[in-house]
Design a protein around this ligand. Structure first.
Ligand SMILES: [Zn+2]
Length: 185
């Protein structure tokens, strides 16, 4: 396990684990190495459990076979049709209008909705079960009613899709795999 110590004008010590075998410690200027090591040791259980999780995640991602350019092009093509038809289906159920639909290959988001009602969707959603794709569609359409993630927003999502939390869970567990399929590892 590598330890990198970064001292700066901060008030407390914090530990970060970006890779399975590298700890980054951020510490105030005057804290000694000994104190830092004692702090790291006190967090060892957390470090080991998170290091294990990161390793498992990396192993999972290493097994993912990225799509070829051709497969990706096909995916875009079908995404345009499939997602447009899902949006068309759900918009009247949510009770909203919408603008342009764009399919993108984004690394960090599944979809977005602009103030004008233009919708963006991540092409990787095409590799998810249709219920999950539908959830993201409903989620973005509900932003036409509420531009936030308030309780009112989720009440609307639940009205249209009572078991939306399953889709959220699926994205949490498998989201990085389908992202890796369209982006490579
Ligand atoms: Zn949202």
């Amino acid at each position: 396990m590598d330890i990198e110590i970064i001292r700066s004008k901060r008030k407390s010590i914090a530990i970060q684990l970006k890779e399975a075998d590298k700890i980054t410690v951020r510490a105030p200027l005057r804290v000694s190495d000994k104190e830092i090591m004692a702090f790291v040791e006190s967090k060892m259980a957390w470090i080991i459990s998170n290091s294990f999780k990161l390793k498992m995640r990396q192993e999972k991602l290493d097994k993912v076979k990225p799509l070829s350019e051709l497969e990706l092009a096909e995916l875009y093509k079908s995404a345009k049709e499939v997602i447009a038809s899902r949006v068309q289906y759900y918009a009247p159920i949510v009770g909203v209008s919408y603008g342009r639909i764009t399919i993108r290959r984004q690394k960090s988001r599944w979809g977005s909705c602009s103030a004008k009602g233009n919708l963006n969707f991540n092409v990787a959603l095409m590799r998810a079960p249709i219920e999950v794709l539908d959830y993201v569609v409903v989620h973005e359409l509900c932003h036409r009613l509420e531009m936030n993630h308030s309780a009112r927003f989720y009440r609307e999502v639940r009205r249209v899709m009572p078991d939306y939390e399953q889709a959220e869970r699926w994205l949490k567990v498998h989201g990085d795999e389908i992202m890796a399929e369209v982006h490579g590892n």
